[in-house]
Design a binder for this molecule. Sequence first.
Ligand code: GDP
Length: 424
Amino acid sequence: MANAAIVGINWGDEGKGRMVDLLTQDYDIVIRYQGGGNAGHTVINEHGKFALHLLPSGIFRSGVVNILGNGVALDPENLWLEMQEVIAKGVPLTPENLKISDRASLLLPWHRALDGLEEARLADKKFGSTKQGIAPFYSDKYSKKTVLAGELLHPEHLKEHLKDLLDWKNLTLTKVYGADPVTMEDLESWLDTYCEKIKPYICDTGVFLRKAQAEGKKILFEAQLGALRDLDYGIHPYTTSSNAIAAYAPVGSGLPSAKIDEVIGVVKAYSTCVGEGPFVCEMFGSEADALREAGFEYGAKTGRPRRVGPIDIVATRYGVQVQAATNIALTKLDVLSYLEKIPICARYLVDGKETDEFPFPAVLASAQPVMEYMDGWKCDISGVRRWEDLPEAARKYVEYIEGQIGCHIGYVSVGPERDSIIIR
Ligand code: GDP
């Protein structure tokens, strides 16, 4: 296995963190290439249980170099708080095992404030943002109105740049939203409290990566969220504000020449979705409550109950296609063990016609699920480690999904722990 990307096929929260944590044993470098502190990659290992928001999930492996690429929304406050949590659990973080791209843009203190102000203005039309400032951040990045992490290493230049941005952003804060302005003192305190702490980790990661590439080092690209939240290919406008798909990994990682040999798409054995927007296969009532409880489906970042449903074959097949997945990790199969019959959203009904194709976003709201049911297995499978030891009904379910989505399922996860995995 040479370079690989681990990406989400669905709405996010598929269990990417646990897969990166497992697979990092085979890689030299792990890079987060997009997104920001709105992620919550859950990792359970010998150090404890973590919900990683910004740190790459390879941070627990000694000898692995972890990189925050230029494509991430680098929030110094979130990052520093998270670094301290990880250090407190005995995981060493040094400029050797954690590197921050000098070309990553900084999420500035006003981005979080603007996220909350805009969601409040939208009221019942809100997007369901995690209010981590991600949308205002990426808007400003593409308007060239943010600061690069590398500017922290050039303080005189930085002060001037921040001052210009401050004058401009205060117009929006005060005149559009009627909020309090941010002051230069606020920014100085933010610089001292958070930015100073992460400075030692900032470097030209491009130089490091090009050298590593020449030496044949193995690189793992870690995505945040899933295909259906991708800015260009997801359910617009209920997407995130960056490109979560594997095709963006070379650009957002700092290694545009990287060839990705394998794209491991993570699919949950059922569906979950956080936030607003169409969710065709959504379950309600006691059926939904039972699945939510069985899978403990509450947001890693916000604690919000996740919307739940059966696996959505139409959306999953589309996710596999836009991710160009070459291998699938099916997670949380153990969660379905309580069900007599396993529900499946096999197709959609759109304008009275059944379809296998994922519709245009505006059409999704009127799509209806076409359901099928398979036999459940009704026994605990969390201790199973070999494919042939899975009950036949569970194997049939996995094989059915594989046939429908057109991609090999090479990993079946039956528990959150590192070794709760069946490799096929
Ligand atoms: P990510 O953002 O894609 O990394 O996913 P999250 O961390 O938000 O959500 C995945 C959740 O499922 C976490 O709580 C994991 O510990 C848990 N998990 C992952 N794989 C499995 C599995 O196979 N079985 C069970 N029961 N839990 C799992």
